[in-house]
Design a protein around this ligand. Structure first.
Ligand code: DP6
Length: 351
């Protein structure tokens, strides 16, 4: 695998005024969580994480280079982005331009089917799609590893959405070398047995969260006395998870995912001041998951930086699980996801 910094940009491949490039990516849900950075600028995590890419809620992103434009233009679902969200995309484009040796501005148009900023992994699908579309538009020839590293710079969890099915994101190790490629922090596919899991997504609140995951994880690392012990135990969870996935053992996968997520939320609750994403409807859904298990249905919960709950179960139980979860949180909506594909460029005819 060639490190991405060795790739010479190919100017003839830059898709100037003509069509640009478009890509689609799906969200992923971590079964072993990423929570805490060791380097904010490079988006290097403190721990390895592991996720399942979903087959629902894709983000589609078009990137068109404009030789005339003085500024980048960024829209999300047709609405111009402003403030920090816009800046985050522009900082990302700067990174791509630097690698491509280009100064051309871009028009970025992103369409999300994920409620943005609500703990439903919109930044994962968003930056994975942007990494694939922008690198193609600027003529960079990146392999999947390099794309994963690039997507990571936009949002850590996006590194995993480059891949379908199950992916592990390696935290990497300090090397003393200045290049990102040497840091070893990228995602790659994880071998799993043939099994057919579903994630039932209970959206109890689709509104944007009060505290961003970026700020919440920073505060947790800096102030929570539980952070260190959780990060240490997450290493063991990862080893157990990989073995459970190799066996296709849904009960073990679910138990490990649930304890890892509850532990992550415990670290936040112990932060100063506390970060609490779990709301009353979240707890109602968690209770319903326990009831399902008591009734003999294997179902396990995981939650991210928001109040929504994702319930892992066998595909064959998904309708039943969705029904129980729906009645536990009647104000919300419920979606059923299976194993989804990795990010990819769209062909001309698909745009
Ligand atoms: C709780 O990837 O959104 O969903 O790197 O700061 O953009 P940034 O954070 P982000 O954090 C996701 C955290 C999580 C767990 C996970 O997806 O592993």
């Amino acid at each position: 695998m060639r490190p991405d910094h060795l790739h010479a940009p190919d100017r003839s491949r830059e898709h100037g005024a003509a069509g640009g490039a478009a890509a689609v990516a799906h969200p992923n849900i971590a079964l072993i969580k990423y929570w805490g950075k060791r380097d904010e600028r490079l988006v290097l995590p403190r721990t390895d994480s592991l996720s399942m890419t979903l087959d629902i809620l894709p983000t589609t992103t078009h990137v068109r280079l404009d030789p005339e434009a003085e500024h980048d233009e960024v829209t999300l679902d047709g609405v111009p982005l402003e403030g920090g969200a816009r800046q985050r995309v522009i900082t990302f484009l700067e990174l791509v331009r630097e690698r491509a040796g280009s100064s051309r501005r871009a028009a970025v148009d992103s369409r999300n089917t994920v409620p943005t900023g609500a703990g439903l992994a919109s930044s994962a699908s968003g930056f994975a799609a942007l990494a694939v579309a922008a690198s193609a538009a600027y003529g960079l020839d990146l392999d999947a590893t390099a794309l994963s590293r690039l997507a990571r710079r936009g949002s850590g969890s996006a590194s995993r959405s480059i891949f379908g099915d199950f992916a592990i994101w390696h935290a990497g190790r300090p090397t003393g070398s200045a290049t990102d490629a040497d840091l070893g922090s990228y995602a790659e596919p994880v071998p799993v047995a043939e099994f057919d899991p579903a994630l039932v997504v209970a959206v109890v609140n689709a509104g944007p969260k009060d505290v961003s995951s970026r700020e919440a994880m920073r505060r947790t690392v800096e102030t929570s006395p539980l952070y260190g012990p959780w990060a240490a135990s997450s290493e063991g969870d990862l080893v157990d998870m990989r073995s459970a996935l190799r066996r296709g053992d849904l009960d073990a996968v679910g138990e490990i995912a649930e304890r890892n997520a509850l532990g992550m939320h415990a670290t936040m609750l112990a932060a100063r001041p506390a970060v609490r994403y779990l709301s009353a409807p979240t707890l109602d859904v968690l209770d319903s998951v326990l009831r399902l298990r008591r009734d003999g249905v294997p179902a396990y919960a995981t939650m991210d930086a928001g109040p929504n709950v994702k319930v892992l179960c066998h595909r064959t139980d998904a309708d039943r699980v969705a029904g129980v979860v729906r009645s536990a949180a009647p104000g919300g909506s419920v979606l059923v996801a299976g194993r989804g594909p990795g990010a990819r460029l769209l062909a001309e005819g698909e745009r």
